[in-house]
Design a protein around this ligand. Structure first.
Ligand code: NAD
Length: 317
């Protein structure tokens, strides 16, 4: 019987898959402390992992571990090199969340474009008649969007942008031009050449040496005055101080951030007081439906791994 440690509880539908499978036993731990986990983890064959940092020390202690099943698609909280050395497979929930994150992008693009917060405040303050004193809002129709990173989420976002009849551009040096064109978008080789024509930018690349600070003052200075930047990928791709300055100086129109350089952001982060930005606390996948799908896929990955039928697209090493 394989032993599974669930680090931070997951959706009941995922747990049920283990309850109904006689080949597995499981234990759930919440309120985790590293030393406790170092001791605990020794006997387990598999773990599920949300955001807890699973470093080299924990991997060394996990003598029996064969698979780390991430509840999500990012894996920057796992020491991949150490996992590789120990021949531990890292799995992700590749099918569960692309559409959900892409919807969150639309929530932010629409809220910023349609003055969602501004109108809500006006009506609630009893100032209905003052509507003509406010700035007019914006349409997405016929606007140019640049999708940075054309993986699972970038591709899903494209489909939603097609529905809104937007003109779609893609920047992803690792994706073939044909793949982008077949989906009805234009592939861009150099962002800086096109950025002065773009109305919306949505970031869906990982945080790497190449993407760190990709959106900084230099880039903002080239962007359209009316443009809107959305980041639901990883903090650090956008330089927050530079963004705050670009918003305050009306260099760009607005921004939506679900992810931050530091999470949670410091209380004195100036973006927290900037009403040209809409913020959410790293919750692009936090829908009823997506959390259930992620819970199921996280556990199914473990079951499939031991049945030797885990799909390649769910394995990252
Ligand atoms: P993915 O691996 O399917 O796609 C990432 C894409 O980025 C790939 O196509 C890759 O070629 C591209 N890329 C790599 N380097 C690049 C560069 N320098 N410039 C442009 N593109 C580059 O990943 P995904 O599932 O689409 O997720 C995208 C990002 O969103 C990841 O960083 C992930 O961690 C993050 N994410 C955040 C949330 C959230 O809750 N906010 C949820 C899911 C995923």
């Amino acid at each position: 019987m394989k032993k599974v440690l669930i680090i931070e509880d997951i959706h009941q539908s995922g747990i049920k898959l283990l309850e109904n499978n006689k080949n597995f036993s499981f234990e759930i731990v919440n309120n985790i402390e590293k030393n406790f986990l170092k001791n605990k983890i020794k006997d387990f064959d598999a773990i599920t992992l949300k955001t807890f940092k699973f470093d080299n020390e924990l991997i060394e202690s996990a003598k029996n571990l064969k698979i780390i099943s991430r509840h999500g698609v990012g894996y920057d909280n796992v020491d991949i090199e150490s996992a590789k050395k120990k021949n531990i497979t890292i799995a992700i929930t590749s099918k569960a969340n692309a559409s959900t994150v892409a919807e969150h992008v639309f929530f932010m693009m629409l809220n910023l474009s349609k003055g969602g917060n501004m109108y809500d405040k006006l009506v609630k303050e009893g100032k209905f008649e003052k509507k003509h004193s406010l700035n007019l809002t914006k349409e997405l129709w016929n606007k140019k969007i640049l999708i940075v990173g054309f993986g699972r989420i970038g591709k899903n976002l494209l489909k939603k942008c097609v529905g809104f009849e937007m003109n779609i551009y893609v920047y992803d040096p690792y994706i073939e031009k044909n793949t982008v064109e077949q989906m009805g978008a234009k592939k861009i080789e150099n962002i800086e050449e096109i950025i002065n024509q773009i109305d919306y930018v949505s970031i869906h690349s990982p945080l790497t040496k190449e993407t760190k600070n990709m959106f900084n003052s230099k880039m903002f200075n080239k962007m359209k005055k009316n443009s809107i930047l959305i980041n639901t990928s990883r903090g650090g791709v956008v330089n927050e101080n530079d963004l705050n300055e670009a918003l305050n100086k009306n260099i760009i129109f607005g921004a939506g951030l679900d992810v931050f350089e530091k999470e949670p952001p410091d209380k004195n982060n100036p973006l927290l007081k900037n009403n040209k930005v809409i913020l959410s606390p790293h919750v692009s996948t936090f829908t009823d439906e997506c959390i259930e799908r992620m819970g199921i896929e996280t556990i199914q990955n473990i079951i499939d791994f031991f049945d030797q039928r885990l799909e390649k697209s769910n394995i990252i090493n």
